[in-house]
Design a binder for this molecule. Structure first.
Ligand SMILES: *Cc1c(COP(=O)(O)O)cnc(C)c1O
Length: 378
């Protein structure tokens, strides 16, 4: 809070609150250095990043995508007047299955929008090969990917455009925020114009309409504070995740198969239960101890009211059995142990878990109003 307040005081001194101010510039530069990536644009959120990506690539028609993602992936496609076409996911990585993409391609297909689910990269090479062959654009919803590298480069470097979310629930955050990444200088210029109402000069405008996708000094300040601690945050999440693996060894769950070519950021701790029933029992027992998990991603996005009905047996099954356990860098090892003990009791005895009367002290730290691993809970 002290670091943040110092930044805030400097904003008031300068009286420069938004519109490409010094902190926004500093954050963009520092992120470029940290991610070892040439260009990025800091934007208002991860959803507008996706919408701008679709708009900048001038996509009209069908977009092949995954139904195992957050709603923003699909809603952005629909919001841009395109048609989301779902293909099923790989049963081990839970990312879009490239082997199933080709069968979904029609003359109206213009792009592939894939999510690197839980920060675990898709089969990028296979997707790019299909895109090249059929002249399709590739957008990656890399909302979960801060800190993940693929073949020694930031995963944000792949695709025609990649997008990130810096929402407060994400591993690196600016409270609200996001970014777009592209290597293409022409696209970058288009996106920069779009972010600022289409201005390409004080009184001149680009040939295409823009939107307000800017972010501001206050959010940049939060990002600069968090970036200082990013290595500790990543390290702690790795340690906690390995601790979960150890405690859940032989438990009736499985974990996503991680891509071999990457360094993982441990953005989430997703577990796939053997049955939905066991998941629901575990969730209920955890909630009894005021431990709140989120079902990422449930329901599958193929259940949305505004999409074509599509049968996706793997995605529908996985979305019923997947739960993200609490994972945040201030999570105490003792609380992680408690979570795992509760899970084991449910599995072993299938009987009520007796929680002692004393308050179970899950230290939420600064996260009191921020859900554990989720967008929001009451
Ligand atoms: C969080 C998230 C988004 C949306 O990002 P916001 O910054 O909240 O708009 C999009 N896609 C995925 C996969 C996400 O998890």
């Amino acid at each position: 809070m002290e670091d943040f307040n110092r930044y805030i005081s400097s904003i008031w001194e300068r009286q420069w609150l938004s519109n490409n101010g010094p902190l926004v510039n500093e954050l963009e530069t520092k992120l470029q250095e940290y991610l070892r990536i040439k260009h990025l644009l800091f934007v208002s959120n991860g959803t507008i990043a996706l919408q701008m990506a679709i708009k900048a690539l001038d996509i009209h028609g069908e977009v092949i995508t995954t139904a195992f993602s957050y709603v923003a992936t699909t809603s952005s496609i629909a919001w841009e007047g395109c048609i989301p076409i779902f293909v099923d996911i790989d049963p081990e990585t839970f990312n879009i299955d490239p082997a199933k993409i080709e069968a979904a391609i029609t003359p109206k297909t213009k792009a592939i929008l894939a999510t690197h689910t839980f920060g675990n990269p898709c089969d990028i090479d296979a997707i790019q090969a299909i895109a090249d062959q059929h002249k399709l654009k590739v957008i990656y919803d890399a909302a979960h990917c801060f800190g993940t590298t693929y073949k020694n480069k930031s995963v944000f470097a792949y695709g025609d455009i990649s997008t990130a979310s810096f929402h407060a629930t994400k591993l690196f955050h600016t409270i609200e925020g996001g970014a777009v990444f592209t290597k293409d200088p022409y696209l970058l210029k288009t996106l920069a114009c779009m972010r600022n109402f289409g201005h390409n000069g004080l009184e001149t405008f680009d040939k295409r309409p823009g939107i307000n996708g800017k972010n501001c000094e206050f959010h940049a300040a939060m990002g600069l504070c968090n970036l200082e601690h990013i290595e500790e945050i990543l390290e702690r999440r790795r340690t906690l995740s390995y601790h979960y693996y150890k405690r859940l060894k032989n438990f009736k769950v499985s974990f996503p198969k991680l891509n071999d070519n990457m360094d993982y950021n441990f953005a989430y701790f997703p577990v796939l239960f053997e049955t939905e029933e066991l998941l629901l029992q575990c969730m209920k027992r955890l909630e009894g101890s005021k431990i709140y998990c989120r079902r990422y991603f449930y329901p599958a996005l193929s259940a949305l009211p505004y999409v074509l009905k599509t049968k996706l047996p793997i995605c529908e099954d996985v979305s019923k059995r997947m739960l993200c356990l609490p994972l945040y860098h201030t999570l105490k090892t003792s609380d992680l142990d408690l979570i795992c003990r509760i899970l084991w009791r449910v599995q072993n005895y299938q009987e009520p878990v007796v929680i002692k009367k004393r308050k179970v002290n899950i230290d939420l730290g600064n996260h009191q109003h921020i859900p554990i691993n989720g967008h929001s809970f009451p």
